[in-house]
Structures are given as structure tokens and as C-alpha cells.
Design a protein around this ligand. Structure first.
Ligand code: ACO
Length: 329
């Protein structure tokens, strides 16, 4: 396990949080839950049928709260959902049906303070995992955009980023962000750098195919507009305007292309201009450079909700629960 994950787990144990895992029908989720409780990493609520899970997966769920949507009074959850969504045309009938859905029920439990955070996505797409959260939990005060980041841990420290660690945002949620959304992504990624990755001074590079307006195009203007918005909202945050990747991370190139920038050559938070570059970028670094990609970590939600890859392992589930617990602190 990387040093950074060890630190995240240690911090999560210091102040145990309640995490709901709605996908109780998934063996990886159930086995991870048993391990998490044994390791005293978090308190776990599983959604599903206890006897069924114990029999199918050969585990004891003692010490884990299990909620069966078919055996509880669903009315308080349905009423809450109806109240939140009636202005959008949701009927009580629809709310009752949705509240029994494990993903909606999990998010409603977080919203109603029965859990501090949720981790799901082992057998749901990112979109299906995010949508109930976007509809119910909404965003943090001052932030309009839910986004995501990865903690990228390079296999060796060659002097890039923060001793070989970077935050990449947004690689999983916003397909074609506006300048305002890019600004929210940059601010939230800098916060995640501090609170989750332990980076004391985030240095945020707004990535582009242009450095210091070396090219002229609306894509470059958007990145610079986002940077200006961040300057206004967070005057103390170190953030660049448009920077090419090499100018962002390589001091020798930064000296030539952006000699006056406080960020160029030493960026530790990389903000991609859209989801195509972000998603492709993190996978390139993961596969070709052998970096560990921790995430996607959702940021900007009013309460912590996190997504799992459908290819996740038991260990991945445990790590995302630890990150979610840390966000809940
Ligand atoms: N931040 C805040 N609110 C949002 C956001 C956002 N990023 N996106 C949508 N919303 C709000 C909408 O305004 C709407 O609010 P309302 O209903 O109260 O008016 C609500 O959320 C639901 O919006 P929808 O229109 O139903 O959702 P949408 O169809 O826009 O889907 C989603 C949002 C799921 C995030 C979409 O943008 C998406 O699919 N993103 C890409 C996910 C993906 O495929 N990622 C790549 C794979 S992940 C990986 O490889 C690690």
C-alpha cells in the first residue's frame, strides 16, 4: 500500500465515520465491509438482505448495520425525496418507487444524517451513481459544480509535482465544463489536494495546448477566464493561466515558456480543460508511467459520496471508504 493510502487510513481511524454501501448484492462490497469493521476504519451500513448476504458470501455481518429496503418503512425516505423533488415534477408514487432503489436509499440516508457518506458504483455506471447525489445532496455552499479528482502517485519521485504525487481534475464527471465550472473544479481540486492528499501548498496549473497565450483560440480563452474567476474567488490560491503540460511540470521548460509564473515547472494540481483530455490523461499516466490512480474522488457534493470503478477490488472499496470517511471529517 502506498504511503499516502496508509496516511488516509490512519486519519480515518482517528475519528470513525458512518459510511453506507448500498450494493449489498456485490461480494466485493460485502467482503470489504467485513474487513473495514474488523480494522475499525469506519462504521458500515449495508443495504440488502442480511441472511441472504451471509449465506451467499459465507460471512458473518455481526457489527454491521444492514438495512433491507423491503423490510423497513420506506415512507420517511420517500417523503423526503418527494419534498426535495416535487418542484421538478416528482410525484409521491415515483418517490416511493425510487426510495426503494438501493442507490437512492443510500443517498437519502446520507441526506437524512443516518450516514456520514456513501460509496457505490461497483455495479453501477458513474452517471447512475452520481445522478441521485446531484438531485438530493446537491453542492457545497459557494460551489455550483460537482466534479472529481484523482490522486496520482508516480512509481518513483523524479522531482515532479509534490514528491511524485499529483492531483488531476476533472477526469470523471464534467464532459465540457464552462469557465465557471472549470474554476469550481480548480478550487475543489486544490481543497482535495490539501485535505485528502496532505499537500500543504497546492499549485494549480490550468492545462491547455497553449502557454501564456502562445496560441489564440476560444479554448485558451476559456481556461484563462476560469483562472481569472479563481483569482477573484480565492486570491491566495496559486494558480496559472494557460499552461502546456511540459511547462506546468518541468522546470527547464517553464524557464523558457513561462519564466514569471509562480506555478509553471512546479505544479502539483493539474486541471484538464475537458473530460476527454482528463479521462485520457489520467489513464495514460496510469498505464504508461505505472502511476497509482486513487479515485475518482468526488468533490463539491454537500456531503461525501464516492464512486467505485466496476472493476474495483475489495482493497479499492476499502480505500474509497477511507477517503470518504476523511471527507466526512
Ligand atoms: N454539478 C452539479 N450539479 C449537476 C452536475 C454537476 N456536475 N451535473 C448535473 N447536475 C445537476 C443538474 O443541474 C440537475 O439538477 P436538477 O435536476 O436539480 O435541476 C441534476 O444534477 C441531474 O441532472 P441530469 O441532467 O439528470 O444529469 P446529467 O444527465 O447532466 O448527468 C452526469 C450528470 C451523470 C454527471 C453526466 O454529466 C455524466 O454522465 N458525466 C460523465 C460520467 C462519465 O461517463 N465519466 C467517465 C467514466 S468515469 C472513469 O473513467 C473514472
Amino acid at each position: 500500500m502506498s504511503e499516502i493510502l496508509k496516511q488516509i487510513q490512519a486519519k480515518a481511524k482517528q475519528n470513525k465515520k458512518r459510511i453506507v454501501l448500498p450494493e449489498g448484492s456485490d461480494e466485493r462490497i460485502v467482503k470489504a465491509s467485513v474487513q473495514i469493521v474488523a480494522d475499525k476504519l469506519a462504521e458500515i451500513t449495508l443495504i440488502g438482505n442480511k441472511a441472504d448476504m451471509e449465506k451467499r458470501f459465507g460471512v458473518s455481518l455481526d457489527g454491521i448495520t444492514v438495512v433491507d429496503p423491503n423490510a423497513i418503512d420506506i415512507t420517511p425516505y420517500a417523503t423526503n425525496l418527494y419534498e426535495l423533488r416535487k418542484a421538478k415534477g416528482m410525484t409521491m408514487e415515483e418517490a416511493t418507487r425510487l426510495a426503494k432503489d438501493e442507490m437512492y436509499l443510500g443517498v437519502l440516508m446520507v441526506e437524512m444524517d443516518e450516514a456520514d457518506g456513501m460509496v457505490a458504483g461497483a455495479n453501477h455506471s458513474t452517471g447512475d451513481m452520481l445522478r441521485p447525489g446531484l438531485q438530493i445532496v446537491k453542492t457545497l455552499p459557494g460551489i455550483k459544480t460537482v466534479s472529481s479528482c484523482f490522486i496520482m502517485v508516480l512509481p518513483e519521485d523524479k522531482g515532479y509535482g509534490e514528491s511524485g504525487v499529483f492531483i488531476f481534475g476533472d477526469c470523471a464527471v464534467n464532459i465540457d465544463p464552462t469557465a465557471e465550472q472549470l474554476a469550481d473544479i480548480a478550487i475543489a481540486s486544490a481543497e482535495s489536494a490539501k485535505s485528502i492528499a496532505g499537500i500543504k501548498e497546492p499549485r494549480v496549473a490550468m492545462l491547455s495546448f497553449s502557454t501564456s497565450c502562445s496560441a489564440s483560440h476560444p479554448f485558451v480563452d476559456k481556461v484563462n477566464e476560469a483562472s481569472n474567476i479563481v483569482h477573484e474567488k480565492r486570491p491566495n490560491l496559486l494558480i496559472s493561466g494557460d499552461l502546456q503540460l511540459d511547462a506546468a511540470i518541468e522546470p527547464k521548460v517553464a524557464c523558457i515558456k513561462a519564466p514569471k509564473s509562480e506555478v509553471a515547472g512546479k505544479a502539483n494540481v493539474l486541471i484538464f480543460p475537458d473530460l476527454q483530455s482528463g479521462n485520457i490523461g489520467y489513464k495514460l499516466v496510469e498505464r504508461l508511467a505505472g502511476a497509482q490512480a486513487i479515485g475518482p474522488i468526488c468533490q463539491g457534493f454537500n456531503k461525501p459520496l464516492n464512486d467505485l470503478s466496476r472493476g474495483c477490488s475489495v482493497e479499492d472499496v476499502i480505500n474509497v471508504v477511507a477517503i470518504t470517511a476523511l471527507q466526512a471529517q
